[in-house]
Design a protein around this ligand. Structure first.
Ligand code: A2P
Length: 351
């Protein structure tokens, strides 16, 4: 047993896994990822609010009943995935740890806590140790971006980043995805539609990310999270990062234009060659066919798609590379990364 390992009760038996927020967009995807990756477990428990009491969700050919989350929900659990928002995580994750579980938290509650590792396994798996029972899953943009950025940083030292995002509805939860569908149907039918979840009409529109805007700086909460978390994952605490986060009417894959300045001159061919063998990355960079990363092709895909790799003309020194990235917000941006963290802790690894 070391800090990488699951708690001792798991040694003889496959672990008991619980998902808090199992009925949400990320929770449903967590169930699918555990099924698709044939994750060993002796029991899966699904927890949500009283609104979902009695509902069942399918897993491995059976229907599992959703339980109402309470302070006593965690007895006997080995791993608890949290995906029900930051306040639920703040209130309940310490109780899960007290009950002996390892928590993998998808919310922002603990991401900047220095005692809580913030992990993208392809980028910083070594930072998993030590932990005190809680491991944080990053913001979806930071998770997707760092899969592409970490291997480049390891080769050529990143000195500055500029990121513009094109973010999907799923990042705002299942209700926002439904609002995009319903708003689009209403728009096409010429019917009136009043958004309830997001602050602006979503169909055939784009708008600045819906996180609160800091009146002093003009940056919104999403932008500030991406900056802080990208720095933490890359272990570059003072990395200059320019950022603009925008919502686009796409259901579940985020895209981003990233400009990366390195310490020295780097060619697009070198970057392409490095990314071609990077874990979790798929190159989509066909200039002849004008075929580059698209959210439609990233949707449902584990890999982060990277392409449009070219020298950034804004930096005549040749040290800056521009690229376009797309990744499934619910998979690499959330559920898949969370399960990969559990795997890095030893889940799914034969004893
Ligand atoms: P429920 O479906 O019962 O409301 P999303 O991110 O897609 O909006 O999903 C949020 C998830 O968090 C859902 O599973 C939701 O459950 C869950 N949730 C929200 N509030 C609570 C709460 N007070 N206790 C437990 N789960 C909650």
């Amino acid at each position: 047993m070391n800090a990488h390992s699951l708690p001792p009760r798991s040694a003889a038996l496959a672990p008991v896994i619980a998902i808090v927020g199992a009925t949400g967009a990320v929770g449903i995807e967590l169930i699918r990822v555990l099924e698709a990756r044939q994750t060993p477990l002796s029991r899966l428990r699904l927890l949500a609010s009283p609104r979902s009491a009695g509902r069942t969700l399918p897993f491995r050919g059976a229907e599992i009943e959703v339980e109402v989350l309470t302070e006593d929900s965690f007895a006997g659990c080995d791993i608890v995935f949290f995906s029900a928002g930051a306040s639920i995580s703040r209130n309940y994750a310490p109780l899960a740890v007290q009950a002996g579980a390892v928590v993998i938290d998808n919310s922002s509650a603990f991401r900047m806590d220095p005692t809580v590792p913030l992990i993208v396994p392809e980028a910083n798996a070594t930072a998993l140790v030590p932990h005190a029972g809680i491991i944080a899953n990053p913001n979806c943009v930071a998770a997707i971006a760092t899969v592409a950025l970490a291997p480049l940083h390891a080769c050529w030292s990143i000195r500055r980043l500029s990121i513009v995002t094109y973010q999907s509805a799923s990042g705002a939860g299942a209700a926002a995805m439904e609002e995009l569908r319903a708003g689009t149907a209403a728009h096409l039918a010429g019917a009136p539609f009043t958004p309830q979840v997001l602050p602006h009409p979503y169909a055939f529109n784009i708008f600045s990310h819906n996180a609160d805007v800091d009146p002093e700086t003009g940056y919104n909460g999403e932008e500030l999270k991406v900056v802080a978390e990208t720095r933490r994952i890359l272990n570059l605490p003072r990395l200059p990062i320019g950022i603009t986060c925008v919502r686009v009417p796409v259901l579940r894959a985020h895209s981003m234009a990233i400009s990366v300045r390195f310490e020295d001159h780097v060619t697009p061919d070198l970057v392409r060659a490095r990314l071609a063998s990077a874990p979790g990355v798929r190159l989509v960079d066909d200039r002849a066919a004008n075929h580059f990363p698209m959210p439609s092709e990233a949707t449902g895909t584990d890999d982060v798609l990277v392409g449009r790799i070219r020298t950034d003309l804004a930096d005549p020194s040749g040290r800056t590379i521009a690229m376009f990235v797309a990744g499934d917000q619910l998979l690499k941006g959330a559920a898949l990364n969370a399960v990969q963290i559990a795997e890095a802790l030893g889940l799914g690894v034969a004893a």
